[in-house]
Ligand binder design. Structure first.
Ligand code: ZN
Ligand code: ZN
Length: 653
């Protein structure tokens, strides 16, 4: 059994005090922090880099207001059997069950539940498993792009031989970003729409792993792919990136509708509106389960059409005296298209600033998704050849990322381009919660340099890619699932989405609010939460992802937040034995009294390494290979939940 009923999930208290969730730490966890991080032990080192920590949140208790949606984590295996049990409901899915026997269907989110990011779901039926999406998240409040969190792949690795394929709904980082790590260990075909596949190729090449050994298969809207006993249909939806899909997953146990990220746009920039008629037809198939995104469930009404943005751009471009800078997410091909359209309308040339902007643009352009005159796009090196009022520059940095082109320009740190009075800067995407401070810091600088800055004031330039309440309601009515799992959101989003489904007529016992790792199980015409698997987050050290600027920033942050531990070792050249006890100094790390004990433990550990023989690496070898640092890092993290910078000096005498 893949379940681990005896072992509680890692439930570390969040390191930062200001968690927004109404989290209630289970009594057992509150008393004593767990000594072992579950993740660190179970993930192969090569898949997770050498620094890792769990990003798990304590399991929230059941809110009073929800009758039977979510149950508190049962304490014993026996009790767990009854958790989340839904009463057998009459109707729909009974037919598929008679036909197909008692094959159990299991749905296991490995990320994306009660959090924003790292979306990943496992569907399992008999001996077959498929994975839908494999995304990353950014650690809360940290600078984006420095450290990332990927899902815990332990469960997947344990069942490697059952995995038939990976399916991707679209090319956003929170859905494909963790693939390079998964691809190292799992070689199964990866299916996604065309732009999604192009972006994955870029991603794999970027990380130096390349695409050899990885089977990427580009599909089109409407394609059906079989994988073991599953058949997966790609349905066209609208979103803030091209080639986004919902998936209809047909299994021996019943039909599943997996929404992916979507909105309903009746006037999209390119391509068709969401394929509502196909979805309605699927709704006739007695859908057993719907897993649906919840990002904008708090917003009443309908999201605006992306084409509204075009009108806003035209208005803004009209009055702009000098150069126009527009920041947006590089993945938002529709937005970039509209900037091109507006630029052409006003006789301006467009330059793309920033590598990721160029990468996404080239991928989209190669697929024919950008509609422009051949001479509209100019090289960023040539901007000086044009008058100010003939230029539009599209840059990254809509979130105030410290290393982005816009931030560098704002702080006069960009190699080529400086912001001057007369420039107009349009921030064409709203700040992701948590990034506001960085964004406002950049806006302040832009104003200081005399630029005209357009941000919050124009609602039309912030069109969201996610469905609002009325769009979600429409989808529920069309799909009419028997069971519903809200996904892709923090707890409040999932909860509000459960409420919405209930108001639309679904009984509470057919709605499941899952946490990452929970197993939704459907068998014998009965659904329940049948246990859980390990699914905390794995932190990936951003410095392993390249650029030195990131490394410097990261170290500064670690020094400020976590402190430093310096270790001096003197060993004999002859036999590698310690000449005296390891000398360990800590600064800015933890309070002295606690530090004493941890430091003694480190000393003991080092001494033990020095003494062991049997072909094990000697202490100097461990220092040189970085092994000692890694070992001490995980020891310190286990004991203190901190990751100080560790400096080791070794003298051989
Ligand atoms: Zn998305
Ligand atoms: Zn998403």
């Amino acid at each position: 059994m893949p379940l681990q009923p005896k072992r509680r999930r890692s439930r570390l208290a969040p390191r930062r005090k200001d968690s927004a969730e109404p989290v209630q730490v289970p009594p057992a966890a509150a008393k004593k922090p767990e000594k072992k991080t579950v993740t660190a032990a179970a993930i192969p080192a090569k898949a997770s880099g050498n620094r890792k920590r769990t990003a798990a949140k304590p399991r929230p208790a059941t809110p009073k207001a929800s009758p039977s949606v979510t149950k508190p984590r049962p304490a014993t295996a026996k009790k767990r059997q009854s958790a989340g049990v839904a009463k057998p409901a009459k109707g729909k899915a009974a037919t598929s069950l008679e036909k197909l026997g008692n094959t159990a269907l299991r749905v296991i989110p490995l990320g994306g539940m009660r959090e924003i990011g790292k979306n990943m779901l496992v569907y399992e039926c008999g001996d077959d498993m498929i994975i839908v999406d494999c995304g990353i998240a950014f650690p809360e409040e940290d600078m984006p792009g420095i450290d990332i969190v990927i899902p815990d792949f332990s469960y997947i690795l344990q069942h490697k031989d059952k995995i038939r394929a990976i399916f991707l709904t679209h090319g956003h980082e929170d859905h494909i970003g963790a693939l390079p790590w998964l691809c190292k260990d799992i070689q199964v075909p990866i299916y996604g729409n065309q732009l999604t596949i192009e972006l994955i190729k870029l991603k794999l090449e970027d990380r130096g792993t390349g695409v050899s050994g990885v089977t990427l298969k580009a599909v089109k809207d409407g394609d059906r792919i079989s994988a073991g006993s599953f058949s997966v249909e790609f349905i066209h939806v609208n979103h803030s990136i091209a080639d986004a899909n919902a998936l209809v997953i047909r299994t021996p146990a019943g039909v599943i509708y997996h929404s992916g990220d979507f909105k309903i746009d009746y006037t999209p920039i390119t391509g068709a509106p969401m394929d509502l008629s196909r979805i309605a037809a699927v709704g006739q198939e007695n859908v057993l389960l719907m897993v649906c995104e919840s990002t904008n469930v708090e917003r009443p009404g309908n999201s605006s059409s992306e084409s509204k943005v075009g009108e806003a751009f035209a208005e803004l471009f009209q009055g702009a005296p000098g150069r126009i800078f527009v920041t947006t997410f590089s993945s938002n091909v529709f937005r970039i298209q509209q900037i091109f359209t507006a630029a052409e309308q006003f006789g301006r040339k467009v330059a793309l600033i920033g590598r990721s902007m160029l990468n996404y643009f080239n991928a989209a352009n190669a697929l024919g998704y950008i509609n422009m005159q051949p001479d509209t796009l100019i090289d960023a090196n040539d901007v000086d050849r044009y008058a100010a009022d003939q230029l539009v520059l599209i840059t990254t940095g809509s979130q105030g990322e410290p290393m982005s082109a816009l931030t560098r320009m704002a702080f006069s740190e960009h190699r080529r381009i400086e912001i001057v009075p007369g420039d107009t800067v349009i921030l064409s995407s709203s700040a992701i919660p948590g990034n506001e401070k960085s964004v406002y810091r950049v806006i302040n600088e832009l104003y200081k340099r005399g630029a005209h800055v357009i941000y919050e004031s124009l609602a039309e330039i912030h069109v969201s890619g996610h469905a609002y309440q009325d769009e979600l309601k429409l989808l529920h009515h069309l799909v009419r699932p028997r069971y519903f799992i809200p996904g892709h959101g923090e707890y409040r989003h999932l909860y509000r989405h459960a409420e919405l489904a209930h108001k639309l007529g679904l009984p509470w016992d057919q709605i499941f609010l899952l946490n990452n790792g929970d197993i939704f199980e459907y068998q014998n015409d009965n659904a329940r939460i049948g246990g859980f698997v390990q699914a905390s987050g794995i932190l990936i050290d951003g410095s392993s992802m390249g650029n030195a600027d990131n490394l410097v920033l990261r170290e500064r942050r670690l020094l400020a937040d976590e402190g430093v531990v310096a270790i001096f070792l003197a060993v004999s050249q002859k036999d590698g034995q310690l000449i005296h006890d390891p000398d360990i100094q800590a600064r800015g790390f933890i309070y002295e009294r606690e530090a004493d004990q941890v430091i003694r433990e480190c000393q003991k550990r080092i001494t033990a390494y020095a003494r062991r023989g049997n072909g094990k690496p000697s202490l100097p070898e461990m220092v040189r290979s970085g092994q000692l640092r890694t070992q001490l890092e995980s020891l310190l993290f286990e004991r203190t939940r901190r990751r100080p910078i560790i400096l080791i000096s070794l003298v051989e005498v």
